[in-house]
Design a protein around this ligand. Structure first.
Ligand code: BG6
Ligand code: MG
Length: 221
């Protein structure tokens, strides 16, 4: 029986995935690293410092910066990203997500957030949806980031449900791997080919398709 839906945030609830991309691209370009959307896919779901390491490795500059300089680079990117976030209003929520949160609440299905972002609580506040969530896992609470299942398992633990009673929703391939390895039903938001390849059980190309009756039908099959 479905007891909880555990959401990723960036790219599932709102379009922050695009803002992460813009902020990383500007930082990468500033230090002479070419950066495109295809490479950006690899950063989805990955922590801030891991993203920076991947970008530096892409540019062959992994050894060029000290740990202190890397922290400064990551914080420069975050300052830019947080600046972009100031534009965020409740209408930035993806189509159908608010309706799904309402349906879940009305049907007693618990709601959790399993985002790698340290900015997640502020984003939920800006979107005015904090109150729907029974738990928001702080990424610092778990040892390993996505694609490890830790953050989804922690969300289930905090909600006091078993992983088999959960649906996880993700837009990143690392996130789909995390959900599947947690033993949950994985819903991918994105292109069918990419999400199926990552192991998603159900794929929607548009968040408007995320309707409780559809999720229940597929989950119970
Ligand atoms: C994830 C994003 O949700 O959060 C990643 O998909 C991002 O792209 C990560 O790097 C960490 O976010 P933040 O806000 O803590 O830098
Ligand atoms: Mg995401």
């Amino acid at each position: 029986m479905l007891k909880a839906v555990i959401f990723d945030l960036d790219g599932v609830i709102t379009d922050t995935a695009e803002w992460h991309y813009l902020a990383w691209r500007e930082l990468a370009n500033r230090i002479g690293i070419d950066f495109n959307r295809e490479f950006n896919e690899e950063l989805k779901g990955i922590s801030r410092m891991e993203s920076l390491e991947k970008i530096l490795a892409l540019g062959g500059k992994a050894d060029r910066y000290s740990e202190t300089e890397k922290i400064e680079l990551a914080s420069t990117k975050n300052d830019h990203y947080v600046q972009l976030l100031t534009q965020m209003k409740p209408d930035a929520i993806f189509p159908g997500i608010k309706e799904l949160l309402e349906e879940l609440k009305a049907n007693g299905v618990l709601i959790g957030l399993a985002s790698a972002s340290k900015n997640a609580p502020a984003i939920l506040q800006s979107l005015e949806i904090t109150n729907y969530f029974q738990t928001v896992v702080n990424p610092d609470e778990v040892e390993r980031g996505k694609p490890a299942p830790d953050i989804f398992l922690r969300a289930a633990e905090k909600l006091a449900v078993s992983p088999a009673e959960c649906i996880g929703i993700e837009d990143a391939t690392a996130g789909i791997t995390a959900i599947k390895d947690a033993g949950m039903y994985a819903v991918g938001v994105g292109t069918i080919e990419k999400m199926k390849q990552a192991g998603a059980d159900l794929v929607v190309e548009d968040t408007q398709e995320l309707v409780l009756s559809v999720l229940l039908r597929e989950f119970n099959q």
